[in-house]
Design a protein around this ligand. Structure first.
Ligand code: ATP
Ligand code: MG
Length: 451
């Protein structure tokens, strides 16, 4: 993309309404624009990152054997009356009536709808196990929408639902989700720690929240610092293996890590004092096993091998796709702007032309642009007639992890400058070597696709 042809409405001033750094940078970098309290338009740069995160989530869900689909945002209230949640859900649910006076709602979650789909089509254990998921906009009329996309009213969420014959099978599905979530967050350059949590209105005894440590997080968390040493890495996992998935769950949840809702001071005190941490975290996902709560309420039964009918065992599992943009920025930024991890960066590399209009500099930038594009990467070429300082400030703000700077002086010596956004370190090398290096860096990252 050439910056002169893109839409990147960067703000110079700090917007006064933004209280936390991620919100501030998302507004300043022209990623989002508020349309109403807690509701945003996703401008091209924000949309691109959103899609990259979404792609990673899709890829990791499908890798785990979960099946993508799409349910609508607007739902009829009937199913919610059947499950009893129409009254229970409270004011967070946006209730609408259509021209015929029928009660509708903008879905805050989809347990009822998916259970209805299940009961309409599946009646036998032979069709199990099954996990269906979608990534769709949700609406919750939050009392205090704030912090930009972190606590929106309209937000984008992956929600998946497993259906299993037995509790044992459903717990395997739970573990599979835990593994796939660990992989997803790591690909986004994030550490999200599974912490024992509370069921809330969805209910359930087995539930973990995934938290990204950040001072601006809304949850208070208590943990053994040894959990922060755990990484999933690129180990191979067989998602069908009960032992392997259970092993990962045990490895990642055996150390003390809880949110304030489930915190147990006595247990916490068993952690060696020097490893006890009290901090804040951002919830970027949650997994639940809730047994037969919805299948009983909605009559979703399956016939077992013994011919007997029983309510199907279920769980639901969510990732806050739009919230993740804020969480990633909270975890990865400096005073100049965002620092995108390679896995989710909107463009792989910036190209800054120090002297636009200089025939040699222009030609060198064009050929870098072509070489990177030919290698399957997306560069953002700042081809505007602007001062170098302004170009650097924009690149630093929007946070591309790598930048190639091209100027007549360097070109005389046959070099360009390659700069790492995170470390700030630069090196001079030939344009070919710079391209080669960037290609190698991204070969080690499974980056999501954006558009
Ligand atoms: P919270 O406690 O933050 O209100 P929740 O526990 O009610 O969230 P879940 O039902 O577990 O949310 O939804 C799954 C994920 O969706 C959450 O882990 C979070 O990342 C995201 N999410 C929930 N509410 C919002 C919101 N208002 N804005 C943005 N993301 C949200
Ligand atoms: Mg939650």
């Amino acid at each position: 993309m050439r910056l002169s042809r893109y839409f990147l409405p960067v703000l110079k001033e700090n917007p006064s309404e933004a209280q936390i750094v991620s919100h501030r940078y998302m507004l300043r970098a022209g990623m989002i624009k508020q349309s109403a309290a807690g509701i945003y338009s996703w401008l091209p740069l924000g949309f691109k990152v959103l899609k990259k995160i979404e792609t990673i989530v899709h890829e990791e869900q499908m890798r785990a054997g979960h099946i993508p689909m799409l349910m609508p945002t607007l739902q009829s209230a009937d199913l919610w009356k059947e499950s009893g949640r129409y009254d229970d859900y409270g004011q967070e649910m946006l209730r609408i009536s259509d021209r015929h006076g029928r009660d509708m709602l903008y879905g805050p979650t989809n347990e009822e709808l998916i259970t209805d789909i299940f009961r309409s089509h599946i009646g036998s254990y032979k069709d199990l196990p099954l996990t269906l998921y979608h990534i769709q906009w949700k609406f919750r009329d939050e009392i205090r929408p704030r912090f930009g996309v972190m606590r929106g009213r309209e937000f984008y969420m992956k929600d998946g639902y497993n259906f299993d014959l037995t509790k044992e099978d459903a717990l395997h599905a739970y573990n599979r989700h835990l593994v796939s979530y660990l992989r997803s967050y790591e690909r986004m350059g994030l550490q999200a720690i599974p912490m024992r949590a509370d069921g809330g209105p969805i209910g359930g005894d087995y539930t973990h929240e995934f938290l990204v440590l950040a001072e601006t997080g809304e949850s208070e968390v208590f943990y053994d610092s040894a959990v922060t040493d755990l990484t999933f890495g690129d180990r191979a996992i067989d998602y069908d293996s009960v032992e392997q998935c259970q092993g990962v769950l045990e490895e990642f949840t055996s150390k003390y890590a809880r949110t304030d809702e489930t915190h147990d001071e006595a247990l916490f005190n068993e952690v060696p004092e020097e490893r006890r941490r009290v901090a804040r975290g951002i919830e970027v996902g949650q997994i639940f096993y809730f047994g037969t709560k919805y299948s009983e309420a909605l009559g979703a039964n399956v016939q077992g091998p013994d011919g007997k009918q029983s309510p199907v065992h279920m769980g639901s599992h969510g990732i806050g796709v739009s919230r993740l943009l804020g969480a990633i920025i909270e975890a990865s930024h400096d005073e100049k702007g965002i620092i995108w991890p390679e896995g989710v960066t909107p463009f792989h590399c910036g190209i800054v032309n120090l002297k636009q209009g200089d025939a040699e500099a222009d030609a060198a930038c064009e050929s870098l642009y072509e070489a990177l594009t030919a290698a399957g990467l997306e560069p953002l070429y700042d081809d505007r007639k602007e001062r170098a300082g302004g170009k650097f400030a924009t690149m630093d703000l929007i946070g591309l992890p790598w930048r190639i700077t091209v100027g007549p002086r360097g070109l005389k010596n046959g070099v360009v400058e390659l700069t790492c956004r995170r470390s700030g370190e630069s090196e001079e090398l030939s344009p070919e070597a710079a391209v080669q290096k960037i290609v190698e860096i991204y070969a080690n990252h499974q980056t999501g696709r954006g558009f």
